[in-house]
Design a protein around this ligand. Structure first.
Ligand code: SF4
Length: 365
């Protein structure tokens, strides 16, 4: 796959809003979010996790603000970070008003859960005044009691009805600057709920398979669910929910977008699974280079293939590539085999320096 290849996906048209400086929806790139899992009251730990998430590529970070004390911590956190922050609030409208004052870039709060009309109106008016969007978050595990009773179990129609209740409240208050999620831990339930919602509203959709699981199983589940939706053009921003370091959520989010050629960030390694024909240690090379080159954000395809069976073919359509040979391996740049060959026992260092040189050259273009 060459870097220039565009995704064939036709994206659903959605309205555009801004979370801080980051656009969501419209024609803007699909953004990758994550959420801190530190204690928000621990300002240093939360700031340092937000910075790690930003370094990994997170466009937006969500922070839970469960108490008024946490709102004070949020103010200090907000002063120390660059990436836009979404304040995650449940029920308490006073917290929403407070974090909005402290510069929250988006409020994640369900209007139907805020309480009486006056409280709802105060939060919505505050969001309007400060020009910050609201994210409505529906979760299959916490549907309203009457909807649970009506449908018996979480169904796509139940999630849609719950979502539309909150949408209707914002509609009545003439507030359309919102995005919305209808998450479930079951892939089919989540996917069908998003499909129904996508047909009902024009606002951006925040995708996620909630409580997806640990790093491996949760990534697979998320890739399937989010992949189905993204391939249908549904989704404007996403979070991969993993019971793992949130930095992994960002990496997996980008890997999903990269796989569908929607958005690239950093090196896309094309590597063979190896077999007894391999002429150098492909797995070690890929793992080592993935770690060494984490700082590179420029999109680039690099193929690392253990022998000549597939090496030359993959190298032809990659920016840089190696094809394993006896003692020395062929090196390709721009699809053209170079005179220079790599010693198989120095291939990691040699390829790293070629990739860095190429990145420096592309950055200066
Ligand atoms: Fe084996 Fe070569 Fe295929 Fe890699 S490309 S799996 S080394 S045959």
């Amino acid at each position: 796959m060459s870097d220039a290849q565009k995704s064939p996906i036709v994206r659903r048209k959605s309205t555009l809003l801004y979370v801080g400086k980051v656009p969501v929806g419209g024609d803007s790139p699909i953004t990758v979010q994550s959420m801190t899992n530190t204690n928000t009251n621990d300002v240093n730990a939360t700031v340092s996790q937000i910075n790690a998430l930003e370094k990994a590529g997170a466009d937006i970070v969500r922070v839970s603000v469960p108490t008024m004390d946490a709102a004070e911590a949020f103010r200090m956190i907000k002063e120390q970070v660059n990436v836009p922050l979404i304040a995650d609030i449940h029920f308490d409208y006073r917290i929403a008003l407070q974090v909005a004052k402290y510069g929250a870039d988006c409020l994640r709060i369900n209007p139907g859960n805020i309480g009486n009309e006056a409280r709802i109106r105060s939060v919505v008016d505050c969001a309007r005044d400060k020009n910050i969007p609201i994210r409505i978050g529906i979760n299959g595990g916490s549907l309203e009691k009457d909807i649970q009773e009506k449908y018996g179990e979480p169904t796509p129609e139940a999630l849609l009805e719950s979502a539309m209740r909150h949408v209707d409240i914002l509609d009545r208050l003439n507030f359309d600057m919102f995005k919305i999620s209808v998450k479930a831990s079951d892939v089919f339930l989540a996917v069908q709920s998003y499909r129904l919602l996508a047909a009902q509203i024009v606002q951006p959709l925040h995708l996620g398979i909630t409580e997806a699981g640990g790093l491996r199983s949760g990534s697979v589940k998320s890739a399937i669910g989010l992949g189905m939706l993204l391939s249908e053009g549904i989704g404007d921003t996403l979070r991969v929910s993993l019971a793992a370091d949130p930095v992994e959520e960002v990496k997996v989010g980008f890997d999903i977008l990269k796989s569908l050629r929607i958005r690239s960030r950093g090196i896309n390694f094309i590597a063979c699974p190896t077999c007894s024909r391999q002429e150098f240690d492909v797995i070690k090379t890929v793992n080592e280079l993935e770690q060494r080159l984490e700082d590179i954000t420029l999109p680039m395809d690099v193929s690392i293939i253990g022998c000549v069976v597939n090496g030359p073919g993959e190298a032809l359509v990659s920016t840089l590539g190696v094809a394993g040979g006896h003692n020395k391996s062929s090196f390709y740049e721009g699809g053209v085999r170079q005179k220079e060959r790599f010693d198989n026992d120095k291939i990691i260092d040699q390829l790293e320096s070629k990739i860095r040189a190429r990145v420096a050259m592309m950055n200066h273009k």
